[in-house]
Ligand binder design. Structure first.
Ligand SMILES: [Zn+2]
Ligand SMILES: [Zn+2]
Ligand SMILES: [Zn+2]
Length: 319
């Protein structure tokens, strides 16, 4: 969307559209004024008008019946609102998706272009959920698999969303559940090599507590370490049965001591640098039974970046 046009005029648009030689009825102009616009001209055919927005003073074509029966939407004001919302969500608004009005295109901080619903971007801007770049996510899954001797080939051919296709270092190709690959739990059916999990793991979970009565639904991040793949989240975290848990990241560590020391240092850093993102215990005590810090979803990029650095360091010492 061009933003360099000086306010008060869209000369290119105003002159480029073919005029329709007929008068503008006075009651049309009155309706336009009441709805925040001025009719500049009749254009194309007897159904179209060129409107000037009284908020941003820029011009756009509109249908006559939309002006008379509904509320025309100024595309320049709309783009400005969407741009501001995207900035709050940490992405750059590139423009609406040409095929779906509910979707826009956005540039993520990593440089990749994401197609997302505007409604989702609004939720990200409010801090209610995070935004994930599929390209970077696939690259990270590939890096995680490499550390256990597997090459990520792509999605599972059967289309099962939680499975991926991998090639073991022996050459054998098989499907593995992403959740198992995260923890390094994958037996190779080709060479018979059994999984050799690292002794300990750092993990990042997303916990969703559904709303109940006057309490709205809540979403939190849990960062922790474990000596075993954490499969029984509910039991280990003292979660109620209606809670949802998603494993966002797992970093295999060389020892339990290393995992514990890393986790402690990371909590200390996060507490100091992002005190606002630490959720007060009273807010989640009814739903999560943990002693460590719980964080707001907005902190996810910061925590993931820290885990990326830890994974790179830990990976340097592997295989
Ligand atoms: Zn406008
Ligand atoms: Zn990306
Ligand atoms: Zn193998």
């Amino acid at each position: 969307m061009c933003t360099s046009t000086p306010p008060g005029a869209d000369p290119a648009l105003s002159t480029a559209l073919p005029r329709f030689p007929a008068p503008i009825r006075p009651h049309w102009q009155a309706t336009a004024a009441a709805k925040g616009f001025r009719i500049l001209a009749r254009i194309r055919d007897r159904y179209h008008l060129l409107l000037r927005c009284r908020t941003c003073r820029r011009d756009f074509p509109a249908k006559l019946f939309v002006l008379m029966r509904g509320q025309p939407l100024c595309p320049h004001c709309l783009a400005a609102r969407r741009g501001a919302l995207a900035a709050e969500a940490g992405v750059a608004f590139l423009g609406p998706d040409p095929d779906h009005a509910a979707y826009g295109q956005f540039r993520a901080p990593c440089g990749h272009i994401l197609r997302r619903q505007f409604e989702l971007i609004a939720r990200v801007a409010r801090g209610e959920t995070g935004l994930r770049c599929e390209t970077c996510h696939a690259a990270r899954e590939a890096a995680e698999a490499r550390r256990f001797g597997w090459q990520r080939l792509g999605p599972c051919p059967s289309g099962r969303p939680n499975y991926r296709l991998y090639r073991h270092r022996c050459g054998h190709v098989q499907r593995v559940a992403q959740a198992n690959m995260l923890w390094g739990q994958c037996d190779c059916a080709g060479c018979g090599q059994s999984w050799s999990a690292r002794p300990s793991f750092l993990y990042l979970f997303e916990i969703r507590l559904p709303g109940r009565g006057p309490r709205p639904a809540r979403q939190y991040l849990k960062l922790g370490y474990s000596a075993h793949p954490v499969k029984r989240h509910r039991h280990q975290l003292g979660l109620p049965p209606e809670a949802g848990v998603a494993v966002l990241r797992v970093v295999a560590m060389a020892s339990g001591h290393a995992a514990c020391a890393c986790e402690t240092a990371l909590h200390r850093q996060l507490r100091r640098a992002h005190p606002d993102a630490v959720v007060p215990r009273a807010e989640f005590a009814d739903g999560i039974n943990v002693t460590r810090e719980i964080y707001r979803p907005a902190l996810r990029p910061v925590i993931e970046a820290a885990l990326d650095r830890i994974a790179a360091d830990a990976g340097a010492g592997l295989s």
